[in-house]
Design a binder for this molecule. Structure first.
Ligand SMILES: CC(=O)N[C@H]1[C@@H](OP(=O)(O)OP(=O)(O)OC[C@H]2O[C@@H](n3ccc(=O)[nH]c3=O)[C@H](O)[C@@H]2O)O[C@H](CO)[C@@H](O)[C@@H]1O
Ligand SMILES: C=C(OP(=O)(O)O)C(=O)O
Length: 445
């Protein structure tokens, strides 16, 4: 099995470039299905396993794709299938984002329920509620959702019970080709939503208000392919900020957008990390000891749940006691057990973890239980005494472009051993739990 081996103790120094955002590119590639004519040329596409998966989904639906040097060209003039393959949807939750575009474009879709990953059950009833409000008829057949709207989708006013990122994106894409105007209330406000809206507008769409809690989408007759550059990955940038801080390093994170990282920057500054925002990136400089802080995850612009585990790694070696509260996902403390193997001092009670800092972390054999947990273990390994050996790399490969190469270029003692192919095979088997059938059945009742 492939492994990452980190030997702690090196200060990170230099410059690291942030890749395009995974969570922006996945919905954007799904939205490329909305174009009846012309090519979309998407640049700054990160070379990630998740990107390869969504590309496979697009191809299976009939789109022509070409991927080279971080540029993906998509032509979706012909949609030859409205059935998203089970094996791909099961691999990656974000593939469910093709539901909105297919429904809007072709008026029908059959798609499996997405599995939840190890961070919680991750239901999709808000997506379905939105499509139903727009006139779709939805049925559940042997674990797959079949939706039709023979008369086309109608604009509607949709209030989301939770400000779901995926539901906001799925509904926004569907509404772009609906008859009339759709208003999404309590919409998610993440930067990735704004990036998607910018792409849809470049395709000829009329989306207003993305980035606020109310998004207004005026449906148009047709959309065309467009050029679009994906925003830099704020979570990858945040991960390198933590990696720098934990080693007392001095790193320029090229491409990081400080505005997108405001809640992370604010916490790091509270801890005593020195941060300078520049036009082309963010400079991070840290010297020990750092002060402990309390952290509560919230939807944007609150502290991102996708940075919670990396932040916890930093709190382990900071001065004092911190309370970390996870409010977005119900089961996102799987990394705690692995940190304990590294001599960390953490107590979990429900959605709260009490972290006693100043641990002298020791290297251990640990497993990445999900994508960000994997990144957090690498961060902890950078300061642990001795060697930390991390497996479960298929999670990390979903969302970080060459994390070992990038950290090594900053002076970390880190290497990857073993076969990447091997990882890919075990990926789908280990990633997902059973689909969220019960919740959909509830919705259908
Ligand atoms: C590909 C992508 O962009 N993934 C991100 C996206 O995931 P994703 O779009 O899946 O996350 P959501 O914003 O939908 O989920 C947030 C919360 O809402 C709940 N919920 C969601 C939908 C629904 O119909 N019903 C419901 O109850 C979820 O269980 C979760 O507790 O946003 C998350 C929250 O910032 C991030 O951690 C993920 O990295
Ligand atoms: C949870 C994440 O991603 P996904 O929604 O793709 O599982 C993540 O990026 O941390």
């Amino acid at each position: 099995m492939a492994k990452i081996i980190v030997r702690g103790g090196q200060r990170l120094m230099g410059t690291v470039r942030v890749s395009g955002a995974k969570n922006a590119v996945l919905p954007i590639l799904a939205a490329s299905l909305l174009a009846t004519e012309g090519k979309s040329v998407i640049t700054d596409v990160p070379v990630l396993d998740d990107v390869m998966t969504i590309r496979e989904v697009l191809s299976s639906l009939g789109a022509d794709t070409h991927f080279d040097q971080e540029t993906m060209t998509i032509s979706a003039a012909q949609i030859t299938s409205t059935e998203a393959p089970y094996e791909l949807i099961r691999k990656m939750r974000a593939s469910f984002l093709v539901m909105g575009p297919l429904l809007a474009r072709v008026g029908r879709v059959k798609i499996s329920l997405p599995g939840g990953c190890a961070i919680g059950s991750r239901p999709i009833e808000q997506h379905l509620k939105g499509f139903e409000a727009m006139g779709a008829t939805i049925q559940l057949d042997q674990g797959a959702i079949e939706a039709v709207c023979p008369q086309g989708l109608q604009g509607a006013k949709i209030y989301l019970d939770v400000a779901s990122v995926g539901a906001t994106e799925n509904i926004m894409m569907a509404a772009s080709l609906a008859n009339g105007t759709t208003i999404i209330e309590n919409a998610a406000r993440e930067p990735e939503i704004v990036d998607l809206a910018n792409y849809i507008n470049a395709m000829g769409g009329k989306v207003r208000g993305a980035g606020t809690g109310i998004i207004r989408i005026e449906g148009v007759e047709a959309l065309h392919g467009a050029n679009h550059g994906v925003i830099p990955d704020r979570i990858e940038a945040g991960t390198y900020m933590i990696a720098t801080a934990i080693t007392g390093g001095d790193v320029f994170i090229e491409g990081a957008i400080a505005d997108h990282l405001a809640p992370v920057i604010s916490k790091l500054e509270e801890m005593g990390v020195h941060i300078d925002a520049h036009d082309h990136g963010v400079h991070v400089k840290a010297s020990q000891p750092l002060k402990s802080v309390d952290v509560k995850t919230l939807p944007h612009p609150g502290f991102p749940t996708d940075m919670q585990s990396q932040m916890m790694a930093l709190l382990l070696v900071s001065d004092g006691t911190s309370v970390v509260t996870e409010t977005v996902f119900e089961n996102r403390f799987m990394h705690v057990e692995e940190f304990l193997k590294m001599s960390a001092n953490i107590k979990v009670d429900g959605r709260t973890a009490v972290v006693t800092g100043k641990s002298l972390l020791t290297g251990a054999k640990v497993t990445a239980s999900d994508l960000r947990a994997g990144a957090a273990l690498i961060c902890a390994g950078l300061v642990a005494e001795g060697e930390t050996i991390i497996d479960g790399l298929h999670h990390i490969d979903r969302g970080y472009v060459d994390i070992t190469g990038k950290l090594a270029s900053l002076g970390a003692s880190i290497k990857r051993i073993g076969d990447r192919e091997e990882e890919a095979v075990s990926k789908s088997a280990k990633l997902m739990q059973e689909p969220v059938l019960s919740q959909v059945q509830e919705l259908m009742a």
